[in-house]
Design a protein around this ligand. Sequence first.
Ligand code: AMP
Ligand code: MG
Length: 314
Amino acid sequence: MARKPRESKQRPARLDLDKIVKRARKFSRPYRVDRGKKFRLSDIDPRDTGGLGSEAKPRAKEALANGIHALARLQDMLYAQDRWGVLLIFQAMDAAGKDGAIKHVMSGVNPQGCQVASFKSPSAEELDHDFLWRCSKRLPERGRIGIFNRSYYEDVLVVKVHPEFLKGAKLPPELIGKDIWENRYRDIRSFERYLASNGVIVRKFFLHVSQKEQKRRFLERIENPDKNWKFSASDAKERSFWKDYMKAYEEMIRETATEESPWYVVPADNKWFTRVVVAAAVIDALDSLGLHYPEVGPDKLRELAGVKKALLAE
Ligand code: AMP
Ligand code: MG
């Protein structure tokens, strides 16, 4: 006897999910940059909370909780389907809230479906390779969400602000010309296009904190013993290159924001807001893949019915 297709059972709470996805898209769109050329960092205010006052904080927390629930569901389908990979890249100045955003937004996701990599100052082995090498080794498998806490973008940020790092990178000197940044942007664009054609979608987040708020968070890290470990004197030193960093970020976004691999420039002076925008953008990205649980064909259904019968007869 033929059974009805199981489509409706495969996506329970489908209506809720649709609603959350729609809201998430609308909420995150203003921060999405997918055509870099006209982008100006000064158009984004780090203090922006999308017109919501601090009285909206409890509602935002609730929205985040719903979002996390939706994300867990989408990720479950991503894993079950095992076709697409998702790469989320986080870049920011120190104390902008990368770690907290990653922790909160991914808190409901099955750890088996997630692969996180942090990229620090490159090791001697890493410097012995091209700049994409260490990151390409950590790309997510199909069915997984990969998170890069910093990435190959450091090679057009910190390295551009401190070009002396290029000397340590062991590049042949004749390749360190004035075109080096143009070449790196182009290589990154090509790399991300390559990933997209292979089923790995890339979403990039710049958590945009103000210099004033960074100072407040640094002081908190110094004053609170539980946060001392998060602070190093070199963080404060980098702060003095603020203008250079902002210039490098702006140019990086202009050169590497594409329809396929957009940047999200997320206001980061208010952590509750940052996290909702990031969660919304990730939901939008996962939804864009049209995920569904693998279809079960008639043979498999017959097999399941047979096993069920045998189990019940035990
Ligand atoms: P954190 O993420 O705060 O632990 O800091 C990691 C540090 O490593 C940051 O100061 C980055 O700028 C630095 N870093 C990451 N990638 C590179 C790179 N390719 N070259 C130089 N420094 C880097
Ligand atoms: Mg740091």
